[in-house]
Design a protein around this ligand. Sequence first.
Ligand code: ZN
Length: 358
Amino acid sequence: MRRSKWLALLSVILVLGLAVTGVLTAKLYAADETAATGAATGAAVETAVETEAAGVADTETPALVSTPVTTEEEEAEPVEKLKFTTKSKEVQLGKSKTFKVNLSGVKWKSSKPKVASVSKNGKITGKKIGTTKITATVGDQKVSINVKVYAIIGIDAGHQSRANLNMEPIGPGSSEKKIKVSGGTSGVSSHIAEYVLTLDIAKALKAELKDRGYKVVLTRNRHDVDISNVERAKKLNKKCNIAIRLHADGSTNSSIKGASALYPGRDNKYVANLSDESKKLSDALMKCYISETGLNNRGLYVRNDLTGTNWSTIPVSLIEMGYMTNSSDDRYMASADGRKAMVKGLADGVDAYYGVSR
Ligand SMILES: [Zn+2]
């Protein structure tokens, strides 16, 4: 009995032992699972940390690298003073020019937008003769310059020392032709040739207009040239805002005298679009010219047969300054005082056309 009791006890111990082992094994498995999960979580966390670290690196590393740059910038800022890098301080009427400063992020302003407007990119467009203050602002820095809006006046001194009797079309695409440059008239008393008078006045008018802040282009500076009326128009079209064609009249009737202005009509086949502005220009020139010279006012005439006018792409007026075949007009136009008044009158007319008062 003792033996069987011992065996029974052993059995119990074994059973219990197995049970305990089973639980322990189960626990171990559970522990493994947990461990596995934990490992997975750990990996995920690690990845997350890495990502974060990378994120931190992204933000912090450049910050660290840029710190000295920032310091340099801060130190350099007083040196890096806002200034214009565009040398020019002017813009042509009707044209645009982009102005620049040495820093970016600029806000632009024009004190007189009617004189010149400025776009957000610094593009300045000349709208009216005058001066406007252009201000560029970057942060709390501000810099200004006075920008002048100017016009370029084209002056054609009519004729030349020798006529060119070859033919050219009277307008773009025209089959109708006229001689390239006619001979012109001459002074009945002064014996001055028309081409001499026109260049004298052109040169004096150029000087006067330059004194008034205009720029001037002449079609010729001397007499022995060969420039056709088409070529004269094209030369002025290239750069100028307006064209003034200087001539003097001639007639077989020596009593006819006075000045007139010729402009293209609204029915002109080539430059109808220039008619209104050309009339406005002619009117301004004539009013001031007559008022200054006291010559007979013959008024404004529409002329659609003038080659030099029909090839124009800018407002154009042909001024017949007086009759060289009339001795009174001729003597007046040959005199120093007469010429002074003629030039002043024409320059005043340009001012009047542009609404400039002095
Ligand atoms: Zn002429």
